[in-house]
Design a protein around this ligand. Sequence first.
Ligand SMILES: [Zn+2]
Length: 307
Amino acid sequence: MSRKILVLVLSIAFLGSFATAQAATEGPMRVNANVLNVRSGPGGNYAVLTTITRNQVYPAIGWSGSYLKLQIGARTGWAHGLYLVPTTTPLFRVTASALNARSGAGSQYRVLARLGSGTQIAVRGSNGPWRNFNYEGGSAWVHSGYLASVNSSSGSSSTPAPSRATSRAGFIQLASSGTGFYSYGQAYKRWGTPRLIYAIERTGRSWSSVRKTRFGVGNISLQNGGYMAPHSSHQRGVDVDIIPQRTDATENGVTIYQGAYSRYYTQVLIDRFRAQISTRVILFNDSGVRGVQYWSGHHNHFHASVY
Ligand SMILES: [Zn+2]
């Protein structure tokens, strides 16, 4: 193949793996770009409805290809998943049939929008009974009397319960978050052997004494194993992808080529994981990290395969 085509193929492979490591399809997402277009459909050819800005948080309620569907106040729109990172802002849904979203924390403020029943918002702050959320590049307020928690189950699962659901393959599912860790992938790809899942949870508890910044866990396996695109492994519940640590305290993705990448904390994380379970191999492309093996594409996550 010609050199030009080869370069093109390699760039597509790079972008593909980057998107895979960062993409998640549900839950609160933080904007990781200065300005991000929100479009009427899942592609760059659709009309721009509005723009949202860095560090704002919006609920993702669906996906198509590399685009995530965001709830932005009363309406929904699509933004590229590469610029959205999972975060832990609590999500609430509207229980009233039409809830006024206002410009300030009080009923005397102007109504910006009316949110229908079931509309999700990511609550960023409060003032008395009023709750603040990001709205169309700015923010708005609603009364908390008409909100119910969406993700009350997440974050409370750090202690494995014996009654946990087991799949036909004998796998259990990793929660969307727990002590020391959060998950950035899709829930249906987070099944693994109890041995691996409990090891991740123990690593999380161990990690929480190292650093407040949690580590991000991606794909593991399907509920009953088997082929899971785009991986060739991840079939037996014994493989897990984890993103490297950053020098700052944010929970964004990072590649080993970026200044924000922390070799030190990534090494400590790998060591803490190893202390919990014996690993067959850890694929990761920073040759300065001990105990890892180079494997194409592993510059933005490490892949641990356990016994
Ligand atoms: Zn992997």
